[in-house]
Write a protein that binds this ligand. Structure first.
Ligand code: G3P
Length: 219
């Protein structure tokens, strides 16, 4: 399973990219706003900066809700950076926009996916990747990982080329479960990426190794 960073914070992306495990970045209007990006021009320049730091697809979300608006924004975003994935919501207007953009060869990340049916529509429209929001499903007492499993199994058995990206990842266990459920990609907050490396036995084991080494070098 590939790991993408789910943030628009340049500092986090710079630090995350240095680890050598990040294959792409996903952004959205909330993440852009949290990073202090207030308008389209600033979004474009931040996305260009991100593309300098990460060699891989960068997802950039439209803010229109009508099909034509989404298509126009998507065409524009497609020219911002070398490897853009245009994020289009899983509405019926969005499905039409996905079909139009995919038909022009523009890669689409179908976002805000909460059901298998939405994923079927997006894949048939030609989405490159579909993003089920697992944390938000868990928030309302539904099974986010179950949705990843259902979509991944369906796509695999039907030989659908659309990939499955676990989104709205909130903690390291989501990463494990998403990988086991067949997600091709998990897009993770920077904090979760760091948590993935943490284990108390690694810390105590390292402390003991170093203490033993110091003892040995004193004798
Ligand atoms: O990848 C989508 C993500 O940014 C949404 O996460 O935590 O706001 O549900 P969250």
């Amino acid at each position: 399973m590939q790991l993408f960073l789910d943030t628009a914070d340049i500092g986090e992306i710079r630090d995350g990219a240095r680890l050598g495990v990040i294959s792409g970045v996903t952004t959205n209007p909330s993440l852009a706003s949290a990073a202090g990006i207030g308008d389209r021009e600033a979004y474009q320049s931040a996305v260009r900066e991100i593309a300098e730091l990460v060699n891989g697809p960068i997802s950039v979300e439209v803010v229109s809700t009508d099909t034509q608006g989404m298509v126009d924004e998507g065409r524009d975003i497609a020219n911002w950076i070398p490897d853009p994935w245009v994020k289009i919501p899983s509405t019926i207007e969005g499905i039409e926009a996905i079909a139009a953009l995919a038909g022009e060869g523009i890669k689409v990340n179908q976002t805000l996916c909460f059901s298998v049916n939405q994923a079927i529509l997006g894949s048939q429209a030609g989405a490159t990747v579909v993003s089920p929001f697992i944390g938000r499903l868990d928030d309302i007492g539904q099974d986010g990982i179950g949705l990843i499993r259902d979509i991944a199994e369906l796509f695999r058995s039907a030989q659908v080329s659309t990939r499955v990206m676990a989104a709205s990842v909130r903690h390291p266990l989501h990463c494990v479960k998403a990988a086991q459920a067949g997600a091709h990609i998990a897009t993770v907050p920077y904090k979760t990426l760091l948590q993935m490396a943490q284990h108390p036995l690694t810390d105590s084991g390292l402390a003991r190794f170093l203490a033993d080494w110091q003892k040995a070098s004193k004798t």
